[in-house]
Design a protein around this ligand. Structure first.
Ligand code: HEM
Length: 445
């Protein structure tokens, strides 16, 4: 695991500007039809190695490529893209070696897609007697700041007491199942998963293409357990950007951890080398993700007075200023808010300093058959340890938050997000599988 300090220097060379980012079709054209672009050819500017959270700082253009390689996975501290396709997978194969092969294949495909390139031999360049390697709907589209971020759920390590892949000893202590919170109405069909992949991009078709192609590569080995599309990011990780608004009409992400705030990232988001000992040391440089599908009772909210809406949040709706203050970014004055207001209860001062990096998206999945919008917030939060962050904060919110009257948590997942893939020889989960092999029976990865 590379030292954090090496990743604190912005590395603009790793970014392609919006103006210079190749389109997927153009890349094919440069390579020539039928040419398999190997890993070396794929190692252009966007695939340069090294770098951590800073690799995306200069990638403001929506067409740009975000470097896939680095000490931390992209898609966590990366400036939030506009669109999301999140998928949780169940592993069907019982064969550890087959799972490892899949993770290697996924990594190579992810490298290419994040650089704006097609999977394998492309969508139209291979033999016409066989299905193409790439499904083709992203041809001609820019990389669109696509990031693909993988995670491992508790059931990958152990399910119903069974150590399916010899990984039990390597399960991090921090990868706990979330407790039941008051008001939870979780649908098992929208919860859990052995693996997850978070695809974020500025173009929804690019994000959907990425998940579709990973699912296709995984055919017969994994199945999609559930997935969620998101639009309208509800969090900013870029301090100077305009704060987006959620489906309740409020600015969301004002007091988030910025992707540029190395000190807070180190303290609250990245797993430290000392956090996990022995077989779970592979998590150093990674993070833990909590995903919650939070349905909003939109129609009830829309019939609520502006004053009550603001009381519930603890900020005004227009400017987004905390109660008792004038400007959005003024320091909140907690005692000016009602005791059950969301911001007061979620604020670090109420939670022993706990913080997480929120990276959620709005969703609207049609209506529910009763004429009500099936809409809300797909909450995504990254943290160093869920036992110190999401679990106590959500415990407090679930019991006391006035916002709970307008919400219901209907889906949930918790995942260990490993450190980044450092170069073209590395692959998603290498540390986990190699470490577990060392600790158990020596079965190689
Ligand atoms: C649909 C559900 C939710 C909505 C609509 C919502 C909305 C908001 C809004 C409008 C803010 C103020 C702006 C900001 O600082 O970002 C905020 C802040 C915050 N929310 Fe939520 N939130 C929701 C769920 C959650 C959950 C589940 C958690 C964690 C368990 C959470 C944690 C926080 C935190 C930590 C803050 C910042 C508090 C501060 O430092 O001042 N929120 N939320």
């Amino acid at each position: 695991m590379s030292d954090d300090s090496t990743q604190d220097t912005p590395a603009p060379a790793q970014e392609e500007s919006a103006g210079t980012a190749p389109s997927r079709r153009a890349v094919l054209g440069w390579g020539g039809a039928g040419l398999a672009l190997g890993a070396a050819a794929a190692g252009g500017a966007a695939l340069a190695t090294g770098g951590g959270e800073d690799r995306t700082v200069n990638a403001a253009g929506s067409g740009a490529a975000v470097a896939f390689h680095g000490g931390h996975q992209a898609g966590i501290a990366t400036p939030v893209q506009d669109r999301l396709h999140f998928a949780a997978f169940d592993v069907k194969t019982k064969d550890r070696a087959e799972l490892v092969r899949l993770l290697k294949d996924w990594t190579r495909a992810a490298e290419r897609m994040c650089a704006g390139r097609e999977v394998g031999e492309g969508a139209i360049s291979a033999l016409d007697a066989a299905p193409p390697d790439d499904t083709g709907e992203a041809l001609g589209l820019k990389p669109s700041r696509l990031t693909l971020t993988i995670g491992f759920g508790p059931t990958l390590f152990e399910r119903d007491g069974e150590d399916r892949f010899g990984l039990r000893a390597a399960r991090p202590e921090a990868l706990v199942e979330l407790p039941h919170f008051p008001g939870d109405n979780l649908d098992p069909a929208r919860s859990g998963g052995d693996l997850c992949v978070q695809a974020c991009a500025d173009d929804p078709q690019v994000a959907v293409h990425a998940i579709r192609n990973l699912a296709r590569i995984g055919f017969g080995k994994v199945t999609v357990r559930w997935s969620q599309l998101g639009f309208g990011k509800t969090s900013s990780t870029t301090p100077d950007a305009q704060t987006p608004r959620n489906m309740m009409g409020f600015k969301d992400g004002t007091r988030n951890i910025a992707g540029t705030d190395t000190a807070k990232l180190r303290k609250h988001v990245w797993v430290d080398g000392r956090d996990e000992k022995g077989a779970a040391a592979w998590m150093a440089g990674g993070s833990y993700l909590v995903a919650r599908r939070i349905r909003m009772h939109i129609e009830t909210w829309d019939r609520t007075s502006l004053r009550e809406q603001e009381d519930v949040i603890g900020r005004d709706k227009g400017e987004g200023a905390p109660f008792g203050k004038q400007k959005e970014h003024d320091e909140p004055l907690l005692k000016a808010m009602l005791p059950d207001s969301h911001v007061r209860l979620a604020h670090p001062d109420t939670n022993g300093g706990a913080m997480m990096l929120r990276r959620g998206y709005s969703f609207t999945d049609g209506t529910d058959g009763l004429g009500r919008l099936d809409a809300g917030l797909f909450f995504l939060a990254y943290q160093r340890d869920v036992r110190d962050a999401f679990i106590p904060v959500q415990g407090r919110l679930a019991r006391k938050d006035a916002l709970m009257e307008y919400l219901q948590h209907v889906g949930s997942g918790v995942f260990a997000m490993p450190p980044g893939v450092v170069d073209t020889g590395d692959w998603w989960g290498r540390g986990l599988f190699e470490k577990a092999a060392d600790q158990t029976d020596g079965k190689g990865a």
